[in-house]
Design a protein around this ligand. Sequence first.
Ligand code: FAD
Length: 327
Amino acid sequence: MAGPPFRNGAPHAPGESVPPSIAGALARLGLSTAVLDRDHLRSLGTASSWGTPELQYRDYLHDGLGPGWHLDRPRFDRMLRAAAVAAGAVLVRDRWSSARRTAEGWSLTCHGTRLTADVVVDATGRRAAFGTAQGARRCFADRLVGIAATVPDPDARRHVILESAENGWWYASPQPSGRLTLALLSDADLVRREGWARPPGWLAALRETRHLALPPDEPSLTVRDARSHLLTPSAGRGWIAAGDAAMALDPLSSAGVTLAIESGLAVADLIASGHVDSIRHRQQLRRRFDAYLRQRRDVYRAEQRWDSPFWTRRHEGAVEARHLVLR
Ligand SMILES: Cc1cc2nc3c(=O)[nH]c(=O)nc-3n(C[C@H](O)[C@H](O)[C@H](O)COP(=O)(O)OP(=O)(O)OC[C@H]3O[C@@H](n4cnc5c(N)ncnc54)[C@H](O)[C@@H]3O)c2cc1C
C-alpha cells in the first residue's frame, strides 16, 4: 500500500453530491442553501443495488431531512473562497514551496511571496502535504481508487445510483450541467490487473452492470485516489490538519465535503482557544476514525453476493487504526 497508487487526475471529478446535512454546516459559516438552489442541482437521494440486484430507493424528502445537492464542485469551492475573502481572509493562490519554524511561528514561501503565520492549517486534501512534510504519517485502510468519466445523461436523473459489482462498486452522480459522472471504485491492484483505468477495460466492466447505461462515445477517464486514511499525528507544534488531510473517508459515505467543512470549523475553534496541538482532539479524531472503520465494515458486509478479493478485504479488514500500518 505504499505511495499513491495512481497519479491524480483532475483535482475534483465534477460529480459530487452532498446530503441534507450540508445545510447545517453552511449555516455555521453564515451561508444559506439558497445559493445551492441557484447554482447546483437538488438531489432526491440515492437508489442502490447493494446486497440485492434491484434498486432500493432512499429519498431524502421521505426521511424529512430536506434535499441534498449535486454540486458543481469548482463553483462550490469558488463560493466558499469568496465567502472567506468577504470575511477578511487574504487569498494567496500559489502552493507553498517552503516552511520554516521560527521563534515567532512559521515563515512560509509561496513562489516568491513571503508569509508568516502563528498556526498553519493543512487543508491540502488527501495528500496532507504540510503535515507529512512535518513528519506525520498516514495510516491507510485500503487501496481504493475511483475511475470516473463525465458522460451524457439521457435520463436527467436526480438520484445518485450505486451499484455493487464483483470487484468494486459503481456510482452515477448527476451534474448541474445535465451530464452524469460515472465512476468505478475498486482497489488499485485489481484496477491494474483488469485494465479498468483504460476505456476498453472500464467499458467492459460497465457492460456487466445492471442499472447503468454505456455512454455513446469512448469516455475520457480520470483516476482519483480514494483511500481512507488517518493522519498520525493530525497536529503538531503550530500546525493542525483539517478535512481530508486529517481523515479521509470512502466516497461511499458521500460525507467528505460536509465533514471537511465541519472539521474546518472545529479546527477554527481549537485555534481560537489556543489548543492547536491538543491530545484530546487527536484522541477524538482516532475514535471517530475507528467508529468509521466499524461502520464501513458493516456497510460492506451488507453485500454478500461475491467472495472476491475486493469484498473479502472489506469484510475481514481491520476496524481499529492501531492495527493499520503507518506509511
Ligand atoms: C472518487 C471520489 C468521489 C467523491 N464523491 C464525493 C461525494 O459525492 N460527496 C462528498 O461529500 N464527497 C465526495 N468525495 C470526497 C470529497 O472530494 C472530499 O472529502 C473533499 O473534497 C475534502 O475536502 P478538502 O477541502 O479537505 O480537500 P480537497 O477538496 O481535496 O482540497 C484540497 C485543496 O488543497 C490544494 N492543495 C494540495 N496540495 C497543496 C499544496 N502543497 N499547497 C497548496 N494547496 C494545495 C488542492 O489543490 C485542493 O484545492 C469523493 C472523493 C472521491 C475520491
